[in-house]
Design a protein around this ligand. Structure first.
Ligand SMILES: [Zn+2]
Ligand SMILES: [Zn+2]
Length: 598
């Protein structure tokens, strides 16, 4: 809680050199306790799990006392500035550079000011509970407006946040914005889309019509909308060459960005819209204990991302199907892509979904220059968690009939989301036990599929809804899913070969160059396809290759069936769709807004 008597920390942001991607920022810290005062730039940002070292884009840092005299600053570590002594008021000024408008970084240009607060604002140590006031000096001659979840004050272009956590969670989009908004049923809550794009009004109208359906359908999963702070939720959409594709969830808003224009991409952009909006329940209010409070000075590790991100991914797609934005066939294609990735990645033999979630600080927009063995050891908790959501939903529907994943999500919402009590993995398991009234089932499911390495029987589960999981080309011979790069008339193995694949078994690895297969020279993708087409799975063929070091080698590989999978509706596959399957599928994929609303 903010102490009412204390002056808020005041931030003033100006953009006189936006053309070169700079902002001038001034922060006034008043009523400081005597002694050493330290300010920092965040190293991490909520919703992104790697370290981003935001201090790297800050320069010309200066400090002044209450009468405007410059005072001494020292640098104890790369993220921090220390002021050894002061007179109770410290003003810091600095220049910020930002040229990547996405969910994590900043885009400052003549087109817009797009700010993620941890990448933007310095904070003072020990002042987390102080209120904040943020003032924007907008450039003259532009028709710019401000969109943010910060609380709007009566002074123009002025906003407040009750404390540091809310400030950091509140991104801002300033540009020539288009708006659409509507009220949620039976509540005094506004849903708003603030759109920065070069698109025309027709595309925006189409986007808004479909967006309303997505919002309603997401609400129907939980049977209730969150009680948004300050009575509104804002989509901060930035689509066009000024942006980079991303989506980032926040309590009462989301950044949804893409370099692709809105025209002809309405449904693609709604996929991110749907995912991020689901987060306003799952992760923003149904919150893993491991992320509370968010630590801006370190990487934040959570073993729950298979649920927080993965189940959100599952519902992001499901809501698009239920709302009619995507067809059942398109939904089946989404499932196919995810199952293909998860079932064909050796990673599921290395780490459980909980352990995969622990990898986030190494993979979520993290960068390093040394090669890693992730082709073999890693599966993103997004598709991994998503197919676990699919497995749990279909298992519940098969085994417990009227209990579904929606029932489970509603129970988690009531126990943890609505009262905002952070959850643990044990809580998730216990709630599964209580909604099914079968704690043994819940325990087995978690032991096998969440803490363990066991994959669900997707072929059986999908068949209940009349979807056939099958190999796309069962008779096609393959070397496995290893990535080959055809350059300079040679087939270069680009990444490590997949554990168990023919190339791996034969001892080939990264940077080896394949020369011939069964005597045929391989110069291009077409050469490779032709060489494999002359054989069938199980054939043993000669392969010659040049390893990274040394002379050419010759070995034998055993070709396997093309491992690619697809899930197709029974009716498409020419199989009979029974009444029971039809009913199962309808209950799963049909809209819950009309029929199931409480
Ligand atoms: Zn923008
Ligand atoms: Zn997400």
């Amino acid at each position: 809680m903010a102490a009412a008597a204390q002056q808020p920390i005041t931030y003033t942001l100006s953009f006189p050199n936006a053309v070169h991607h700079e902002a001038d920022i001034k922060v006034v810290f008043a009523e400081l306790p005597a002694g050493l005062f330290s300010v920092r730039m965040a190293r991490s940002s909520p919703g992104r799990y790697a370290l981003h070292e935001f201090a790297k884009n800050i320069y010309k840092v200066k400090a002044y006392n209450s009468v405007g005299q410059e005072i001494t600053l020292t640098r104890p570590n790369p993220h921090q500035w220390d002021i050894p002594s002061h007179d109770g008021t410290v003003t810091i000024t600095y220049t910020l550079f930002g040229d990547r408008a996405d969910g994590t970084y900043n885009g400052i240009s003549e087109e817009h000011v797009h700010l993620n607060m941890p990448a933007t604002l310095m904070y003072g140590l020990g002042l987390d509970n102080r209120a904040r006031l943020v003032q924007f000096n907008l450039p003259a001659g532009k028709n710019w407006q401000i969109a943010t979840q910060l609380k709007k004050e009566t002074t123009p272009n002025t906003y407040t946040a009750p404390h540091l956590q809310y400030l950091m969670d509140s991104p801002v989009e300033i540009s020539d914005l288009k708006f659409s908004e509507w009220q949620l049923p039976a509540q005094n809550k506004t849903i708003r889309i603030a759109l920065h794009t070069q698109a025309g009004d027709k595309a925006f109208a189409d986007y808004t019509t479909k967006a309303k359906k997505v919002v309603a359908e997401a609400g129907a999963v939980f049977g209730q909308f969150p009680d948004y702070d300050f009575n509104s939720y804002t989509f901060l959409a930035c689509y066009g060459p000024q942006a980079v594709g991303d989506g980032m969830e926040h309590r009462n808003s989301t950044f949804i960005t893409s370099s692709q224009p809105l025209e002809n991409n309405v449904n693609t952009h709604l996929s991110t819209f749907s995912h991020e909006y689901f987060h306003s329940w799952n992760v923003e209010r149904i919150r893993p204990k491991s992320l509370e409070p968010f630590n801006y000075a370190e990487a934040n590790m959570s073993g729950e991302l298979w649920f927080a991100e993965g189940f959100t991914n599952y519902y992001g797609d499901l809501v698009l199907c239920r709302s009619g934005v995507n067809t059942v066939t398109e939904y089946a294609q989404n499932i196919s892509a995810e199952l293909n990735h998860v079932l064909n990645s050796p990673g599921h033999q290395y780490f459980s979904p909980v352990q995969m979630s622990y990898q986030a600080p190494f993979v979520d927009a993290a960068q390093s220059i040394d090669p890693v063995n992730r082709v073999n050891t890693y599966i993103s908790y997004y598709p991994f968690g998503s197919v676990i959501g699919l497995a749990l939903d279909l298992t519940l529907r098969t085994r417990f009939k009227i209990i579904t994943l929606d029932t489970y999500m509603q129970a988690i919402w009531r126990k943890h989301g609505q009262p905002e009590i952070p959850y643990t993995l044990t809580d998730l398991e216990n709630i599964l036990g209580s909604v099914t009234r079968d704690p043994e089932f819940a325990q087995a499911f978690f032991q096998q599929h969440i803490y363990g390495l066991k994959l669900a029987d997707y072929k059986f589960l999908l068949a209940q809804a009349g979807f056939l999981l099958r190999p796309v080309n069962p008779n096609k011979a393959s070397l496995g899913l290893t990535l080959l790069n055809f350059r300079n008339n040679a087939a270069v193995i680009q990444t490590g070969t997949l554990v168990g694949s023919p190339l791996y078994q034969a001892g080939l690895d990264r940077e080896d160059v394949i020369q011939t297969i069964a005597g045929k020279k391989i110069n291009s993708y077409n050469d490779l396809a032709a060489a494999l087409a002359a054989h069938k799975p199980g054939d043993r063929v000669n392969i010659t290759y040049t390893p990274r070091v040394g002379a050419s080698k010759e070995t034998i590989v055993t070709l396997i069936p093309d491992p690619q999978l697809e899930a197709v509706p029974y009716e498409t596959a020419g199989l009979p769709l029974t009444k029971q399957m039809k009913a199962f599928r309808a209950s799963w994929l049909s809209s819950k807004v009309k029929s199931g609303r409480k």
